[in-house]
Design a protein around this ligand. Structure first.
Ligand code: NAD
Ligand code: DAU
Length: 327
């Protein structure tokens, strides 16, 4: 297949492209925001630098494709709380442009990468694909907007589109603004590990390669017009995640620092993946304990990757977001 993968210079998309290596003919379209990096991709993969909002460019690229897989996003909830505009542009306008191109250029298949956050928070039990969308943050609200446009294009025009919603991913090449890589790098350097509020929020952790296998399975075999949830095998309170990182890096709990909570912070996410398991045979393979160990190892061995990030835009963001709180 000739596959256009958008947003693949980021964390999950690049893992997906590595997975497809040698099997499919991949072209990447990525805007290279602060989170996108050429070196995340295999050398032989063609990277077009541009935005999914660029109608002319997207229409030109889509004409040759058998499938489009859309990872392109602003992915950090805290940044969406500070300024939502880029989120609305990429998730709603950009997804709409991709869908128009898929329809008008006759691309046989479209997959939208989405998130458990579109369902909102759940105190007990797990969300299924029939649960109503009830997003809380500008990030998740605009992701839900994108998902609804995908469904509308299926209902209105019969576009062969599917959605795959994942829970919290972690693994190699995740930008260190997210909880796990941020805490791993801070633990390496002996800096405080910032925990929002009481740290009792729960996330359903999914190793990135497991999510990428789910996405590819849904792309190939999912029923058009349907959404499929891909949840991780283990859930864990944030404080417990941070404690495990301290253990794996040989640091003690004095590094934990409780800071101001995230406004509108969702307490717990949980996805049922029963549909994906029963219909398409997908199951996550990597348990959290093993995946976290692998992730810490990867960061330990790849300072060339994160060393440059930590000194640039990231430093500015970090100081603005945590500066005073972390002294
Ligand atoms: P990321 O921030 O690491 O990467 C996003 C990529 O999209 C970057 O390379 C960026 O340059 C690119 N991009 C941003 N705006 C663009 C635009 N307008 N046009 C083209 N490219 C653009 O994000 P990630 O964590 O890899 O997330 C990828 C996708 O998976 C997103 O759609 C996200 O909502 C979804 N998702 C993420 C998680 C998670 O835990 N990280 C879980 C479930 C779903
Ligand atoms: O659930 C899927 C989502 O997971 C994806 O759709 C998002 O793109 C991805 O960023 C992630 O969102 P979260 O907000 O859950 O991830 P984050 O790593 O930012 O935070 C995880 C939890 O840790 C959350 O409860 C907030 C908390 N946290 C986060 C940071 C960055 C802290 O306590 N301290 C921190 O410094």
């Amino acid at each position: 297949m000739r596959v256009l993968v958008t947003g693949a210079a980021g964390f999950i998309g690049s893992t997906y492209v590595h997975l497809l290596r040698g099997e499919h003919d991949v072209t990447v379209l990525d805007k290279l925001t602060y989170a996108g990096r050429r070196e995340n991709l295999p050398d032989e993969v063609e990277l077009i630098v541009g935005s999914i909002e660029d109608r002319d460019l997207v229409f030109e690229l889509a004409g040759d494709m058998d499938a489009v897989v859309n990872f392109a996003a602003e992915s950090h909830v805290d940044r969406s709380i500070a300024d939502q505009e880029a989120f609305a542009r990429t998730h709603v306008i950009g997804t709409g442009v991709l869908l128009d191109a898929v329809r008008e250029r006759g691309v046989p298949r479209f997959l939208q990468v989405s998130t458990d956050e579109v369902y909102g928070s759940i105190a007990e039990g797990s969300f299924t694909e029939r649960s109503p969308l009830d997003p809380s943050s500008p990030y998740s609200a605009t992701k839900a907007g994108g998902d609804l446009l995908v469904s509308a294009h299926w209902h209105t025009y019969g576009v062969e589109a599917v959605i795959c919603r994942g829970s919290n991913n972690y693994g190699p090449r995740q930008y260190p603004e997210k909880l796990i890589p941020l805490c791993v790098l801070n633990a390496f350097s002996g800096d405080p590990l910032p925990v929002y509020g009481d740290g009792r929020q729960v996330r359903n952790w999914l190793y990135v390669e497991d999510f990428c296998r789910a996405i590819h399975t849904v792309l190939l075999h999912g029923r058009a017009g349907e959404a499929y949830n891909a949840g991780g095998p283990d859930e864990c309170e944030n404080l417990e995640v941070v404690r495990r990182i301290l253990e794996l890096t040989g640091r003690d709990e004095s590094l934990i620092e409780h800071v101001r909570d995230r406004p509108g912070h969702d307490r717990r996410y949980s996805l049922s993946s029963e549909k994906l398991r029963a219909e398409l045979g997908w199951e996550p393979r990597v348990r959290f304990a093993e995946g976290l160990e692998r992730t810490v190892e990867w960061y330990r061995d790849n300072e060339w990757w994160w060393g440059r990030i930590r000194s640039g835009e990231y430093r500015e963001y970090y100081e603005q977001h945590y500066g005073r709180a972390l002294g």
